[in-house]
Design a protein around this ligand. Structure first.
Ligand code: GLA
Length: 370
């Protein structure tokens, strides 16, 4: 394994353990996680593999096969930047039981596609350290630790979805997660049996304002919940009555979150009833709601979703935080070429860079590989 060889070459011994953790796409349930709502992501076949050995001397050495690295000490984790910060954040959150570590990571999540390479990095490192330091954390505790690293150390106020998907997803399944109770169920997602697949359309756009806008949306949702006197937008039961009491952005954000939670439940219902092809309308409705009510799409996402449907997709929507990244399209296997053609032609007409197409079947969450 490449990462184990790089570990040996850099640190002069075999790693004690090697873990792989995947990135994710979200089938539906967008911007619902930090509103205590429902999400339905699945793990993608790309991720981060972390080779780790513990150290007793307070030194942390970090090596990435994709970018630079350097030794830091346990008490100087704060000095890290870039990718190292995600790994350092995990160690910082794990506390004093982790005295030091040698860590090498190797990732293949397509960069900038919004497929949660950072969650894959955090969860792979946390899982490996959990084992070698005998911390006894459950996969959900690993997800929560990773989210805390991202919130408190990296400074991105994300919800639990990405880390939970990376830690808990099962091959061939989507992960239905209640982000309040943290109860979850692995929902079978065998699209191939129905002649369907998920095509990921990576717009290759990433807007710099993404993180700032994310924090703003989160604050607007929290403020709407306060106005309504509920703990979170998840608790809105009478949408019409709630909307009457709100205005402006709070009104729009609430409309999205409440209807999106319903769409998650409806989509699961269709999957359980054996009708995955009928979920397309829910995907389309989710996209429109993210475009018009939550306002996190950009023209590149809107056009990719529209052109995918025009090219024969059953439905399409942006996935992840928005402001760039990827669209997922639910496509009959024999329509994939025409969907790609439709999107590429629409992009060419705008003189935009050709999107990248990826095909994803639901992969296994974090697991030991060496
Ligand atoms: C990002 C965050 C997640 C979630 C999505 C939107 O991916 O990391 O926690 O909020 O955006 O659904």
């Amino acid at each position: 394994m490449r990462v184990a060889e790089a570990f040996r070459a850099a640190f002069g011994a075999d790693p004690e353990t090697v873990w792989h953790a995947p990135g994710r796409v979200n089938l539906i349930g967008e911007h619902t996680d930090y509103n205590d709502g429902f999400v339905l992501p699945f793990a993608v076949p790309w991720g981060v593999t972390a080779a780790v050995s513990p150290r007793e001397d307070g030194v942390v050495r970090l090596l990435s096969l994709q970018s630079g690295s350097g030794p830091v000490t346990r008490d100087r984790l704060e000095d890290t930047a870039g990718w190292e910060r995600y790994a350092a954040g995990v160690l910082a959150m794990l506390g004093d039981r982790v005295r030091g570590a040698d860590i090498a990571v190797d990732g293949d999540v397509p960069q900038g596609a919004g497929l949660s390479s950072s969650a894959a990095l955090e969860v792979s490192v946390a899982s490996a350290v959990n084992e070698v330091c005998a911390l006894g954390l459950t996969p959900m505790e690993i997800a929560l630790t990773s989210q805390k690293a991202e919130n408190d150390f990296v400074g991105m106020p994300c919800g639990i979805m990405d880390q939970a998907a990376s830690a808990l997803a099962k091959e061939g399944h989507a992960l239905f997660l209640d982000c309040r109770s943290l109860g979850y169920r692995n929902v079978p997602l065998d699209l191939a049996a129905h002649g369907l697949e998920i095509l990921i359309i990576d717009t290759r756009v990433h807007h710099e304002l993404a993180d700032g806008e994310y924090a703003k949306r989160r604050a607007e949702c929290e403020s709407a919940a306060r106005t309504l006197g509920v703990p979170a937008l998840r608790d809105v039961t009478d949408l019409a009555a709630a909307l009457e009491r709100l205005s402006g952005n709070e009104r729009k954000r609430t409309m999205h979150v409440v209807t999106e939670n319903h769409r998650v439940e409806a989509l699961i219902g269709l999957l359980r009833a054996g009708h995955p092809a009928e979920t397309g309308a829910l995907l389309n409705a989710s996209h429109l709601s993210l475009r018009d009510q939550f306002e996190v799409t950009v023209p590149e996402l809107d056009l990719a979703a529209e052109a995918a449907v025009r090219g024969g997709a059953r439905g399409a929507r942006m996935t992840g935080g928005g402001f760039g990244g990827s669209v997922i399209a639910l496509v009959a296997a024999d329509r994939v070429a025409s969907v790609r053609e439709s999107v590429s032609t629409a992009y060419a007409a705008k003189s935009w860079r050709e999107p990248r197409y990826l095909r994803a079947t639901p992969a296994q969450g974090a697991h030991k590989v060496g």
